[in-house]
Design a protein around this ligand. Structure first.
Ligand code: F6P
Length: 181
């Protein structure tokens, strides 16, 4: 059976400083994770999958639709700074995280809509590993785990952990491998 592997990008300098969004560089630990990732994929792939795929060069694609949830005017701020500079917005997001749309940015609901073509692509793809951002992975994860999308903002998708999802007829099998870095 084919599987979908999910991973957040390695820890970034924004993750360390508690700033949201942005395209910050990867930290040293993030870099260590990047180096560990091929090993984790190998560990979690079955023997037959590996034997069958061993002559293939893995094809790498970049999809703009996998960009992180756009936090608009709050990009680059910490949650404490958002609470101070945009108290109304901070409260609104707390009240309805799924529907709250950042000023000049997106909501989780917007992201779910943006991801529709990606999901279609994943539905008909062969084995694939997606490396992207937290909010995006939460929505993809919720979809394959049959969790209502309204709950995606609270899905646990930790850093430096490879998630393997294998969809079956009525449910999806999940495995997680944490990198010890
Ligand atoms: O902190 C990492 C991050 O991916 C941010 O870039 C993003 O804004 C945030 O997580 C999404 O998490 P939440 O929706 O819980 O604020």
């Amino acid at each position: 059976p084919r599987s979908i592997w999910l991973s957040r990008h390695g820890e970034s300098n924004f993750n360390l400083s508690g700033q949201i969004g942005g395209d910050a560089d990867i930290s040293d630990r993030g870099e260590a994770y990047a180096r560990r990732l091929p090993e984790l994929v190998k560990q979690s792939a079955g023997d037959r999958e590996l034997t069958t795929a061993r002559f293939l060069e893995y094809e790498k694609l970049e999809w703009k639709a996998l960009d992180e949830l756009d936090s608009g005017v709050c990009d680059g701020l910490t949650y404490a700074e958002i609470a101070e500079q945009y108290p109304e917005d901070f409260k609104q997001r707390d009240d309805d995280k799924y529907n709250y749309r950042y000023l000049g940015g997106e909501s989780y609901r917007d992201v779910v809509i943006r991801l529709e073509p990606i999901i279609m692509e994943l539905e008909r793809s062969e084995n694939i590993l997606i490396v992207t951002h937290q909010a995006i992975l939460r929505c993809i994860y919720a979809y394959f785990m049959n969790v209502p999308q309204e709950r995606s903002p609270w899905m646990e998708v930790p850093l430096h952990t490879l998630i393997k999802l294998t969809p079956k007829a009525y449910s999806t099998i999940e495995e997680r491998l944490k990198a010890d870095i």
